[in-house]
Design a protein around this ligand. Structure first.
Ligand code: TUI
Length: 309
């Protein structure tokens, strides 16, 4: 048993990524029951809905689970307080610096793992009392930083003493092995779980991930300061065209407003924002979450013995 498994009471040292508007209490429970750490994404939920999802998750699993707080959310203060009051076992954060919430979460007994895109934020989070950090490379889907997982993870590992979880570009056993080789204590995965049977996104979104190739993602919003990796489609091409033509940030925001929900709930694969990482090209089948996680782990064990793939 590794350090993270023991500390958290999970079978595999694998976190499920936040995934706003996607990761419900039911989905998080399915991932926890499959041996990973399921995580409810507060992004896209009102505080009341977050509370319902935490209760639903608890009713569906005896295993530990987490809540991801997306720090750009307008109701972030209330969500942060709900996570503390409910004493959720693990809190992860994304898209900002959660420093002001850390004392409250620690007082409530939660284990806190902020996503960090840089060494500087990793150091600050360790000093503020984080239990570990998630070093997420730009290969990830959704809101991304600049550095790749390969460059970021070892630099964060060298800079902090707390455990580092690698994220971005991990979908099979070879990549998990590589994450451990870089000094990570575990991995966080999102894209490979988008194609799980339990994932509540529209089938058309899942099929678009299954069909995607290696070069089929693009980062929109770099100029507006909100870089988001999505599958290439009509919406992505139009966004990038407007961005290059010097469109106002407000116009771009209005254009993307609600586009993630269009993809997730309506299955609109042309006008929706289909967030996915660069490993979409390796996610070829829709399978139960348990099978995906077990294969990831067994692939790692084989890779460790020098058997590829
Ligand atoms: O947060 C994510 N991925 C996400 S959030 C999301 S919802 C959304 N939708 C549209 C626009 C924006 C968000 C979809 N995917 N990953 C974790 C992550 N955190 N990536 C990058 C960061 C990050 C960036 C800057 C974390 C901290 C940070 O710090 C800035 C500071 O204040 O120091």
């Amino acid at each position: 048993m590794g350090y993270l498994n023991e500390r958290l009471g999970i079978r595999f040292p694998i976190f499920q990524g936040g995934m706003a508007n996607i990761a419900t209490g039911e989905f998080a429970a399915a991932i926890s029951n499959a041996g990973g750490l399921g995580i409810i994404a507060a992004g896209g939920m009102t505080p009341e809905v977050l509370l319902e999802n935490i209760r639903r998750c608890r009713s569906l699993t005896q295993k530990p689970f987490g809540v991801n707080i997306m720090l750009m959310h307008p109701a972030v203060e209330e969500q942060a307080e709900i996570a503390a009051r409910e004493q959720v076992p693990v809190i992860t954060t994304g898209a900002g610096n959660p420093g002001k919430y850390l004392p409250r979460w620690k007082e409530a007994g939660c284990l806190v793992f902020p996503v960090v895109p840089s060494v500087a934020l990793a150091r600050r989070m360790e000093a503020a009392g984080a239990d570990g950090v998630i070093a997420e490379g730009t290969e990830s889907g959704g809101h991304v930083g600049e550095l790749t997982t390969m460059a970021l993870v070892p630099q964060v590992v060298d800079a902090v003493k707390v455990p580092v979880i690698a994220a971005g570009g991990i979908a099979d056993g070879r990549q998990l092995m590589a994450a451990f080789a870089l000094g990570a204590a575990g991995a966080q995965v999102g894209t490979c779980l988008l194609v799980s049977e339990e994932c509540p996104i529209h089938t058309a979104y899942k099929e678009a991930v299954v069909k995607a190739g290696d070069t089929d993602t693009i980062v929109t919003g770099r100029i507006a300061g909100v870089p988001v990796r999505i599958l290439k489609n009509k919406m992505a091409r139009e966004y990038v065209k407007r961005e290059k033509a010097g469109a106002e940030k407000l116009e771009l925001e209005q254009y993307t407003l609600g586009s993630l929900r269009k993809a997730v709930f309506d299955g609109d694969v042309q006008n929706g924002s289909l967030m996915a990482g660069q490993v979409a090209g390796m996610c070829r089948e829709i399978r139960p979450a348990r099978v995906i996680l077990e294969e990831l782990w067994e692939g790692y064990l084989r890779a460790k013995e020098g058997v590829y793939p």
